[in-house]
Design a protein around this ligand. Structure first.
Ligand SMILES: Nc1nc2c(ncn2[C@@H]2O[C@H](COP(=O)(O)OP(=O)(O)OP(=O)(O)O)[C@@H](O)[C@H]2O)c(=O)[nH]1
Ligand SMILES: [Mg+2]
Length: 478
């Protein structure tokens, strides 16, 4: 079954998979969303660390029954040696009852393989093959729940399929690969055309969505709202912080890529301060794939203040890798160019740096020594001094809120709203209170016996100036 997304996707065409029977184990256009319970073999080279890859696999409920390592010179055509791949194929074909490889129907490759390598490997092992990118795409497909996420994931998947199709067409036309011969190549061309049409139609839908999104963003800016973006490596704790600050329910899971789209909420119900939770970063996602998430990401990254989150309980090496990636993604997205690794920062980079706060999360799980090391890692990457928080225990949350509000508004104001001298002709205190709630974020509120109200409010200079002018002298700054 290909169209697991159902009619909501509204694709104009369906690609007939039977045409792709000769595509080896590279299943094109695969839209299976549930891989729970599948068994796989993982192949790595030169003892590379595959922890993150394996965590992605576990997230999908797939069991890795064996990890095979190959050392020595890389075969440029098939990445692994031909002999080794043949051994794997034989073993997969010969499984008998009780063999750990029984019902293995997936071979995982721990790298981003070229289309040529993917085809060569799957031709050799004769089961479905995923490299790191195909693993991520399958993971995104199974986690995508909103229409927006499904559209962008499908585009990314189809774009990746297209490179494999091109390779298949190429190999068949040159006769380098057995298949359906010339008619096979024509059939593949037809599939390619369908695929292009589907991409074009999805891209149109995505553009419409992106336009609606940027219109909403413009409206928010016009209404004077400021946005705080929440970015960071996947699983850093972004959605947990978003929930803690906004009270708006979002999916929080100990899984990589629980979040695939941007959700906007209000900081403590203030219409003036918005928070945006979004998809996380990960290393080495090809540009074509990232491109599919551009609109979503930009909704969170184009903001007045950007929080870059990192998990304080990670090992120093992991923390450095994830922060490095987050920093690079943020800068590339904001400048459209690669970040200079030389320090000090260039002037334009400095101005972005001022828009950034680094937030170390999950400090309830970190030892004091880990926290010290984490701070040193942040400093070594020339990022601003981090703010330490735990969304679970609440530690550091008040400080973070104050720092955000101070950044957006400067110091808070203490005000008094005086009761009217003539209740019949003048506006009631409640009217001004309501104006102030709309203009900023009220943190303290006290109704006095004489009917006046005292409050502490974080508000922009422009907004308070407007209200003061309108109030006669009923609003007094203390
Ligand atoms: N101990 C502890 N765990 C936390 C904290 N914040 C988040 N977590 C856990 O970390 C995991 C990931 O949290 P999320 O908030 O989903 O992280 P995310 O960055 O939104 O992840 P993705 O959307 O998947 O990229 C969940 O299991 C959370 O319960 C914290 O302050 N302390
Ligand atoms: Mg999330």
């Amino acid at each position: 079954m290909r169209m697991a997304q159902g009619p909501a996707m509204g694709e104009p065409t369906k690609i007939d998979n039977s045409l792709l029977a000769g595509a080896g184990g590279v299943i094109l256009g695969e839209a299976r969303t549930n891989h729970q319970g599948r068994k796989a073999i993982l192949m790595v080279r030169d003892g590379e660390n595959s922890d993150e890859f394996e965590a992605l696999v576990v997230t999908m409920g797939i069991e890795i029954v064996e990890r095979l390592n190959q050392t020595g010179k890389e075969d440029p055509r098939s990445y692994f040696g031909k002999g080794r791949l043949q051994d794997v194929a034989d073993e997969l074909a010969a499984t008998v009852d009780g063999h750990p490889w029984q019902s293995v129907d997936l071979v995982l490759i721990h790298n981003n393989a070229s289309a040529r390598q993917l085809v060569a490997i799957s031709d050799a092992v004769k089961v479905e093959v995923w490299d790191r990118v195909r693993l991520l795409l399958s993971l995104f497909t199974s986690h995508a729940s909103s229409l927006e996420a499904r559209t962008q994931v499908r585009i990314a998947q189809l774009q990746s399929d297209r490179t494999i199709l091109r390779e298949l067409v190429n190999l068949q036309t040159t006769g380098e690969r057995a298949g359906y011969g010339a008619s096979g190549a024509t059939a593949l061309q037809a599939v390619m055309e369908n695929l292009n049409r589907e991409i074009a139609s999805l891209a149109k839908r995505q553009r419409r969505h992106a336009n609606a999104q940027s219109e909403r963003r413009r409206q928010r800016t016009r209404s004077g709202a400021q946005t705080v973006g929440i970015a960071g490596y996947t699983n850093a704790g972004k959605s947990s912080l978003f929930l803690a600050l906004s009270g708006k329910e979002v999916l929080i899971e100990d899984k990589l890529f629980s979040t695939l789209e941007t959700t906007v909420g209000r900081l403590e119900a203030s219409p003036r301060v918005l928070l945006a939770d979004t998809i996380g970063f990960i290393d080495e996602l090809p540009n074509a794939t990232l491109e599919a998430f551009r609109a979503t990401l930009s909704e969170a990254l184009e903001c007045e203040l950007l929080l870059i989150l990192a998990d304080a309980s990670d090992t120093p090496l992991e923390l450095e890798r994830k922060l490095f990636t987050s920093r690079r993604e943020v800068f590339e997205r904001l400048f459209g160019e690669e970040l200079d690794d030389d320090f000090p920062w260039r002037n334009d980079e400095m101005s972005v740096k001022q828009q950034i706060m680094v937030v170390l999360t999950k400090i309830d799980k970190a030892t004091p020594q880990q926290l010290e090391e984490a701070k040193a890692t942040v400093a070594a990457l020339a990022l601003p001094e981090p703010i330490l928080i735990s969304s679970h225990s609440g530690k550091g949350m008040q400080n973070l809120k104050d720092r955000i509000l101070f950044y957006l508004f400067g110091p808070p104001l203490h005000l008094q709203i005086l009761p009217p001298e003539n209740y019949a002709t003048e506006r009631a205190v409640a009217g001004y209170v309501s104006d102030l709630h709309n203009a900023g974020l009220v943190t303290d509120y006290l109704l006095l016996e004489d009917g006046s109200v005292e409050m502490t409010i974080w508000v922009s200079e422009a907004e308070i100036a407007k209200l003061l002018a309108k109030s006669g002298s009923r609003i007094v700054i203390k």
